[in-house]
Write a protein that binds this ligand. Sequence first.
Ligand SMILES: Cc1cc2nc3c(=O)[nH]c(=O)nc-3n(C[C@H](O)[C@H](O)[C@H](O)COP(=O)(O)O)c2cc1C
Length: 376
Amino acid sequence: MTDLFDKVRLGGLTLQNRLVMAPLTRNRADREGVPGSLAATYYAQRASVGLIVSEGIQPSAIAQGLPATPGLHTDEQVVAWRPVTSAVHAADGHIFAQLMHTGRIGHPALQRHSSLPPGLLPLAPSAIRPLGMAKTYDGPREYVTPQAMTGAEIDATIRDFAAGARMAIEAGFDGVELHAGSGVLLHQFLADGCNQRADRYGGSMTNRIRFVAEVTEAVAAAIGPQRVGLRVSPGTTFTGVSESDASQLYPLLSRVIGQTGIAYLHVHEVGDRPLTMRIREGWPATYIVNPHSDRSRAPATLAEALAVLADGTADLVAFGRLLISNPDLPYRFREGAPLTEPDPATFYFGDHRGYTDYPAYASEHPVTTTMRDQRT
Ligand SMILES: Cc1cc2nc3c(=O)[nH]c(=O)nc-3n(C[C@H](O)[C@H](O)[C@H](O)COP(=O)(O)O)c2cc1C
């Protein structure tokens, strides 16, 4: 049986175990997109997972659609990420940067980066306003209708992703994960509910996959395919995304993107396990699953993680919220130690509270015998 705690190869890396920290936006960067001074401590505390996927990071200023998210498009940001990646490596961990272009999930009021002229509309495949409210520095605001991207803007965005990936490597990341889930720009191109383009990027499934494929190819060419992963969340309705054909689209996407030779596909499951398994059938490389076999929002359990490895659904298993509140999650799973509940009030924004102050279990409960010894 595949063990959660076995070492495993991913691209060119050997990971300590099959646990992945899912990407988690924490909104603690400054207004120039420079990661906060506590980021190194936060990620190093969690470095005992096989792979950390960072919070979503914008590869360009216009790609930012949430307040206080960090970037990878200026030298200052690259310099600020280096202590973060070094701290993770010093703790024997590995970290990929998640490149996130939020597309229509933005707002002109968020354009505080000094390189941007004020008043630009967020970019999107089509001029269709998302559902819900934008988070801005001044509180929630109605989303605006985004600007449908021109061909030149599509080309420029592909170049921005490739440049962001190069900067990630310069900053010491082991690779990048391209965010194509949760209703962000790459997902907006995939989803027919928000992509109504009449050009080669809209219409058929092949056309809607094209932008994701071109970004993936450009990033793979920039830093090497073995340092690239892709994340999707098939069937999510987050921010009003709708997909009439997810059950055909994603299996096709896995075959198309599989040809790029990238290291992994990461599926954030939204309650459709049979689809997760069908996507896997066409996927030639490592398959990471953030398991949610039903539509409940409850985090998966250790038993579920072991089950998706044992039945071959996944090669690696990702957890999000449990890694906010249990920085030593691999230890706790291995030893059967109790888990700490995360506090959603401190997920986004704020200081060290709910960020770097969740203790490792062993630091608070020094024992001479492990819990596993006590059980046997
Ligand atoms: C606070 C928070 C921030 C998140 N930020 C991101 C993000 O930046 N990128 C992303 O792909 N998913 C993001 N997600 C989704 C998580 O990666 C994960 O898929 C989700 O929490 C479900 O997994 P879990 O039950 O293990 O937490 C976020 C979720 C939460 C709760």
